[in-house]
Design a protein around this ligand. Structure first.
Ligand code: ADP
Ligand code: MG
Ligand code: MG
Length: 461
């Protein structure tokens, strides 16, 4: 298979890092000049639970009918256009194609933390992402850039090693033979092309084939064999079986503009390829489920019958969480927000991904009150994490955009591939993969692609 043009561009770029296409060419991704200081102990705590979330995702799929689905019913009524459609698709797969449901699922999970400064300090989970977790590859490169600066200027920084690229590529390669193809599901007009390009390049280096396709292209340009559920696409005139599907799109309603997009998604869910993730895994990533997990009894039900090893793995995970609520007891929620002490504030979240959807601080009360009763189950409320502060320099398009007080959000990658019995085919013990995003003081949102945060690396202190 020939190497795609944007991958060649990436390969030949002299800096080799951090580019995304603009109308005028390529732009450097927003980045910090130096790493962000994170306590080594806090980093260990965040790393410890990366695989806990992967296991939880497997269990939620296994207990779809008794645990995951019941928890999402009200939410899907409040959010029929997205959660509702995903839930219907999951139901359809389970009822109509048991073998598709039994297909292993690849999980490239990224659990995101801020370093809390409250009375119970430490890493606190912002969210875990089960689909399209991005920036692992650019972050791997940036850690190398910072390491080079560290050595060149003898800064004596202990920069945390970052093997995110290797973890992600290792996962994808373990799920596709030399005869098959990995389909990376992408948004038409994607700007974050080079974070994805590194994956393409590295997968090709491992002898695998990989193509980028949008959901509507999958609908129209692939063939699903009705008897075997094998999905094939044409490469140089030959029918090549799709063995792995890596979603870098499909997490937002805007990714499903027409019925063709939903048809494409259904084809992928039905086919024999290993999905990263499948629709069950995506549903586990709902913010509603993150809130449900904070209820001890619900967590216990999820782990009921599970092996002791995995029960032990998740112990203490609640120490890395802040409080979350649903809006069922609406009047007391409003009262709580109204009467919150000056230093407590809240974040209100809908069932969306990719940044720019939440409501923060002083806007929460007004937004809560404006919600129609039937919309409330689509939202969760979360305590605000007040993050540690430090100084850094933020660089945008090669120029200093800000120098001063900042805070960080770290994201830890956990990669697993579970078969229907729960055994994991990936062994990447000892390889840590992370992203670190840095933002100036006073900015609520945290997305890089959404324009709020700057990529960074971690300096262990
Ligand atoms: P998304 O799936 O859109 O990324 P997040 O839950 O990660 O949604 O929220 C987006 C951003 O909002 C985060 O990156 C973080 O900067 C901020 N944020 C979210 N939850 C909290 C919280 N509880 N406390 C402080 N900031 C938060
Ligand atoms: Mg996030
Ligand atoms: Mg998210």
């Amino acid at each position: 298979m020939s190497t795609p043009l944007h991958v060649l561009t990436l390969q030949s770029a002299t800096t080799g890092v951090l580019t995304s296409p603009t109308p005028d060419g390529y732009a450097l991704a927003p980045q910090t000049l130096t790493p962000c200081p994170i306590s080594a102990e806090h980093m260990q705590l965040a790393l410890k639970h990366s695989k806990t979330y992967n296991r939880m995702m497997y269990l939620a799929k296994k207990k779809f009918s008794t645990w995951l689905k019941p928890h999402l019913m009200a939410t899907s009524t409040s959010d029929p256009e997205f959660t509702g459609k995903l839930l219907s698709l999951a139901d359809f797969i389970l009822s109509n194609s048991p073998s598709s449901y039994e297909t292993p699922v690849l999980c490239v999970m990224r659990s995101d933390y801020m370093l809390d400064t409250s009375s119970n300090p430490g890493p606190k989970l912002v969210e875990y992402n089960t689909i399209a977790s991005s920036f692992g590859c650019l972050s791997t490169k940036l850690a190398k850039v910072h390491e080079t600066l560290n050595k060149t200027f003898s800064l004596n920084q202990n920069i945390a090693s970052n093997n995110a690229t290797d973890k992600i590529v290792g996962g994808l390669s373990a799920c596709c033979s030399l005869d098959g193809v990995i389909v990376m599901v992408v948004q038409p007009g994607e700007r974050n092309l080079f974070d994805q390009g590194v994956i393409e390049l590295e997968v090709i280096k491992r002898g695998r084939k990989i193509v980028r396709m949008s959901l509507d292209q999958i609908c129209n340009d692939s063939a699903l064999d009705a008897a075997s559920n094998v999905l094939t696409i044409k490469i140089n005139g030959a029918d090549v079986p799709v063995e792995c599907v890596y979603f870098r799109a499909g997490y937002d309603p805007s990714d499903y503009k027409s019925s063709d997009d939903w048809e494409g998604r259904k084809k992928l869910e039905l086919c024999t390829a290993i999905k990263c993730p499948d629709v069950f895994g995506q549903l586990f990533g709902a913010k509603k489920i993150q809130q449900i997990l904070t209820i001890k009894e619900e967590r216990e039900k999820l782990y009921e019958g599970e092996e002791e090893e995995y029960k032990a793995q998740q112990e203490g995970v609640e120490d890395t969480w802040v409080k979350m609520w649903d809006l069922k007891d609406f009047d007391s929620i409003v009262k709580m927000v109204q009467s919150a002490e000056e230093n407590t504030s809240f974040v209100l979240k809908p069932q969306r991904e990719g940044g720019g959807n939440n409501v923060y601080g002083d806007d929460v009360l007004g937004h809560l009150k404006a919600l129609k009763e039937e919309e409330r189950d689509g939202w969760v409320l979360m305590e605000t994490i007040v993050a540690e502060k430090f100084n850094n320099t933020l660089v945008k398009e090669g120029k200093v955009a800000y120098a001063g007080v900042c805070s960080a959000e770290i994201g830890i990658f956990g990669v697993t591939c579970f078969d229907s019995e729960g055994s994991d085919r990936i062994d990447d013990e000892g390889k840590q993969g992370y992203i670190c995003r840095c933002k100036r003081e006073g900015v609520d949102e945290g997305g890089v692609a959404a324009g709020f945060a700057f990529l960074s690396s971690i300096q262990l202190v």
